[in-house]
Ligand binder design. Structure first.
Ligand code: SAH
Length: 341
């Protein structure tokens, strides 16, 4: 199948910088059930970069371009810390330059990563979430996987490490795409990609992924059923959904709709109980719905660090009663469910 980048003045700059080259992704898609996505994807990616082209993006791209060229002697995608290279692979001068460049991509929310001994201690210990789900989901070996709202792509690396044949993460926030690219720069052209797209940008009836992850996204959507139906539509028949979201305690009709903010977040719409989410999934046509885990978020899992210097969980909780948010709602508790299409 033939595809080409649209002609556009910015192409010149992007191609010259050659920082985010998705050619190998397009080659993978061309021989997959997702082939029809190629009709729109290159243009969508181009438009996403163009529409968000501003001072920061240009700066980030130049920073990426100026990364020291270092070959990692080892890569570990199967441990809590995504580890690329060792301190011995890099000169002290390059290490300092790289650390400064990585710090300029602040805030780092999802991780952790270790690049040549530079430990990126992210706001979230995303490995803890991975530990809660990895034993319960269908093994990823050989599967084509989509991660919606993947942030920096930490879990995308874990999916690749687990043997997935193709991993595609999407996140509309460009800084996270850049953070992903910063790691990928040293890992190489492997079949794991993060694209600057939102779920609303995905074409209908793709029906081509073996596993779809929606983690930390449902409560940001204004229409939960529309989200669940979109997720179903991305899966092949028999494919697996892994969904993670904020939950409250309660029966199958228990749902919290915050009056305004929840834990200082403006964009939280629906927080169901695990039983309610189970019912929603069944109502949306999913089968074999299974609750895998319910865990209250701790300040060990989510906290401010040198790599995320803004407020974090402690600042969102009532100091007199940390079982409640500042607004008086139940403190964050999250559930993981799996289901089949
Ligand atoms: N999945 C990761 C990150 C969750 S944070 C994890 O579980 O750790 C939620 C992410 O969703 C953010 O990175 C945010 O940028 C992204 N997001 C926001 N709106 C989105 C949309 N419309 N489509 C896809 N992702 C979105």
């Amino acid at each position: 199948m033939a595809y080409s980048l649209p002609s556009h003045p910015f192409n010149f700059l992007l191609l010259t910088l050659n920082l985010i080259d998705y050619t190998s992704l397009y080659e993978h898609l061309a021989v997959s059930p997702l082939e029809s996505w190629l009709d729109v994807l290159p243009v969508q990616i181009q438009q996403a970069f163009d529409s968000k082209r501003h001072g920061d993006l240009d700066e980030w791209m130049l920073t990426l371009k100026a990364f020291p060229r270092v070959q990692p002697s080892s890569i570990d995608l199967n441990s809590s810390v995504i580890r690329v290279g060792t301190p011995g692979d890099i000169s002290p001068r390059d290490r300092e330059a790289l650390e400064q460049a990585l710090q300029s991509f602040h805030p780092w929310r999802k991780g952790p990563f270790d690049l040549f001994g530079i430990h990126i201690d992210t706001e979230w210990r995303s490995d803890l979430k991975w530990d809660r789900l990895s034993g319960a989901i269908s093994p990823l070996a050989g599967r084509r996987v989509l991660g919606i709202g993947c942030g920096s792509g930490y879990h995308c690396w874990r999916m690749l490490g687990a043997g997935a044949r193709l991993v595609i993460g999407i996140d509309p926030y460009l800084l996270y795409v850049i953070q992903y690219q910063a790691i990928r720069n040293f890992i190489g052209d492997v079949p794991a990609y993060v694209l600057p797209l939102g779920i609303e940008d995905l074409p209908e009836n793709l029906e081509g992924f073996d596993t779809v992850f929606s983690m930390g996204v449902l409560y940001h959507r204004r229409s939960p059923f529309e989200h669940l139906l979109r997720l179903k539509d991305l899966l092949r028949v028999g494919g697996e959904l892994v969904i993670e979201t904020l939950v409250i305690e309660g029966d199958e009709d228990a749902v919290l709709v915050p009056e305004d903010r929840y834990a200082k977040m403006r964009n939280v719409w629906f927080i169901p109980s695990p039983a309610a989410l189970t019912k929603w999934l069944k109502r949306s046509g999913f089968k074999d719905v299974e609750l895998v885990d319910v865990t209250s978020t701790t300040t060990e899992e989510q906290r401010s660090t040198a790599w995320m210097r803004f407020e974090s969980l402690t600042d969102y909780l009532n100091p007199e009663n940390p079982s409640q948010t500042l607004e008086g709602y139940p403190a964050p508790r999250r559930a993981i469910l799996i289901a089949k299409r």
